[in-house]
Design a protein around this ligand. Structure first.
Ligand code: ZN
Ligand code: ZN
Length: 135
C-alpha cells in the first residue's frame, strides 16, 4: 500500500465507511484494508473502540478519541480542532442558532437558544407586559 492509501483508509474509517467500500474505492482487497485497520486500531464498530464510528475520531483531524465512560462524549481531540471545525461548518452552527433579543418589557438584552420568537427575558417581564396592556 502507498502512504496515500494508508492515509485514505484512516480518513475513511474516521467517517465510518465500511471496509468493503474503502477497498472498492482504493482498488485494494478488503482483507488488506481489514488487517491494516486492525494493526492500526482502526477497527471501529464492534471492535471495542466505540459503539459509533462517528464518536471514535476527532471530526476535524481524525485523531482517535479516548472516551471517559462517565464524561460527556467528545467529538474533537482539542479545543483547536473544535474551533476549526465549527469555523469550517457555519451551517451546522445555524441549526442550533442562538438568537439575541432585547426584552420588550425591561429592555435587557438576552439570548434564546433555538427559539427565535421570544419577546421577553423572563416570565416576570412577560407577565408585566400583559398587566400593562390590560390596565
Ligand atoms: Zn483533532
Ligand atoms: Zn425583561
Amino acid at each position: 500500500m502507498t502512504y496515500q492509501q494508508k492515509e485514505k483508509i484512516k480518513q475513511m474509517r474516521g467517517e465510518g465507511i465500511s471496509y468493503s467500500k474503502i477497498a472498492a474505492t482504493l482498488g485494494i482487497s478488503e482483507n488488506t484494508v481489514k488487517s491494516f485497520c486492525r494493526r492500526n486500531n482502526l477497527g471501529g464498530v464492534g471492535m471495542g473502540i466505540a459503539n459509533q464510528a462517528d464518536d471514535a475520531f476527532c471530526r476535524q483531524c481524525g485523531a482517535l478519541l479516548t472516551h471517559t465512560p462517565s464524561a460527556k462524549k467528545k467529538r474533537f481531540c482539542s479545543d483547536q480542532c473544535r474551533m476549526a471545525w465549527w469555523n469550517a461548518h457555519p451551517e451546522a452552527v445555524n441549526r442550533k442558532a442562538i438568537y439575541s433579543f432585547i426584552c420588550a418589557n425591561c429592555g435587557t438584552a438576552f439570548e434564546s437558544y433555538g427559539n427565535k420568537n421570544r419577546k421577553y427575558c423572563s416570565r416576570a417581564c412577560y407577565g408585566k407586559s400583559k398587566a400593562v396592556r390590560y390596565e
